[in-house]
Design a protein around this ligand. Structure first.
Ligand SMILES: Cc1ncc(COP(=O)(O)O)c(C=O)c1O
Length: 359
């Protein structure tokens, strides 16, 4: 099967650069190179010395070591493959694992790449709206767990982890993929717990791009058992082969300084969430909003009968505020809001939204 259009990307491409207030994005509003260099105390002359060589295909040892430190003792640099964005890691992983008619289950709604690429490979998708039992029972090959979850902003509970752990340990035939793109943005902890190598059949993907406001660096990774990483490294030779050495250098520095950089980012996101909550009663079209406890997106429900695309279009035309319609997640009656916009623009955008709803 050919992949269908990537629904959210098409809309983001159309509006992300023109909107006054971008709540359609699932990442932090991005820093400039100068801002990141300042935060890392790197001088432009230091940057200018980076050789524009190919880096090692698996990723530099230094960066893989930094990434491995984000996980438990089970993970070493040989379990890490550095990729061009998480998307490349997902693409490779699915191609290595899946074949026609394999059954794949995932939490629904979902980031489209998590099911579109498996579908392209002929896999059968089971969309699980609630309950982990279904996630495990409806699949014979792969269960995908995206946490913190895009688009809902929810995270796994301790009881979910207990269930996952006992299931992984008692089921060798099934593979588990934890998509942990938003792992650095846990408001109650340093980082969200990871499912990487919980058992040999557990893999995980991660990224610095959206959490740290450096989407253009395009650095992601795959964590898996060594034999799978070696196969994935070999597959990557047919795709991007190596990552950009400037991105690799900066990614390494960001991870070395991650706690200092992430603290004001978490503050900004929580501040935006609180501001949104303070105005919620004036946003009459929203029926239900669950504040994210990690990550930076939420998926509020619209009042009965409101079509998400029509609502998002009218909101944009009247206020310049861009939100993603739920229909782009193949789930109408919802919108996805991101909380990564700069504070002043976020507040002005919400004020305009409130004024428009009050007319
Ligand atoms: C849950 C999830 N997984 C994967 C990706 C893809 O990540 P990247 O932009 O690093 O390729 C995204 C991007 O938004 C995402 O939200």
């Amino acid at each position: 099967m050919q992949p269908r259009e990537f629904f959210i990307e098409d809309r983001l491409e159309k509006y992300r650069t023109n909107s006054f207030c971008n709540l359609g994005e699932s990442g932090l509003s991005n820093y400039t190179l100068g801002e990141i260099l300042d935060q890392l105390s790197i001088s432009p002359s230091e940057l200018s010395k980076i050789p524009l060589d190919d880096s090692p295909n698996q990723g530099s040892e230094e960066l893989r070591n930094e990434i491995a430190k984000l996980y438990g003792q089970e993970v070493s640099s040989s379990n890490v493959l550095v990729t061009t964005g998480t998307s490349e890691a997902l693409y490779i992983y699915f191609h290595l694992l899946l074949k026609k008619n394999d059954q794949v289950s995932l939490l629904w709604p979902a980031f489209q790449a998590l099911y579109e690429i498996p579908m392209m490979l002929g896999a059968r998708i089971h969309k699980v709206e609630s309950g982990f039992a279904d996630l495990f029972e409806k699949s014979n090959r792969l269960a995908i767990i995206n946490h913190p979850h895009n688009p809902s902003g929810t995270n796994l509970l301790d009881s979910d982890w207990e269930l996952i752990e006992s299931f992984c340990k008692n089921n060798n035939s099934l593979e588990f993929l934890f998509d942990e793109h938003y792992r650095f943005l846990d408001f109650a902890a340093d980082m969200t717990r990871s499912g990487a190598l919980l058992c040999a059949n557990c893999s995980a993907t991660g990224s610095i791009t959206k959490c740290f406001g450096v989407v253009g660096l395009k650095i992601g990774w795959l964590i898996a058992r060594e034999d799978l990483i070696q196969k994935a490294r070999s597959f990557k030779d047919y795709l991007t082969h190596t990552v950009n050495p400037i991105s690799e250098f900066l990614a390494c520095k960001i991870l070395q300084n991650r706690q200092t950089i992430i603290a004001p980012i978490k503050e900004r996101i929580q501040d935006n969430i609180h501001y949104f909550q303070s105005k919620l009663s004036s946003l009459k079209s929203i029926e239900h909003f669950l504040a994210p406890d990690s990550g930076l997106v939420s998926f509020p429900k619209l009042k009965g009968g409101i079509l998400s695309e029509e609502y998002a279009d009218r909101l944009y035309e009247n206020t310049g505020v861009f939100v993603l319609p739920g229909i782009n997640f193949e789930t109408d009656g919802y919108i996805r809001i991101g909380f990564g916009e700069v504070t002043e623009r976020f507040r002005e955008g919400i004020n305009r939204w409130v004024a428009w709803e009050s007319k």
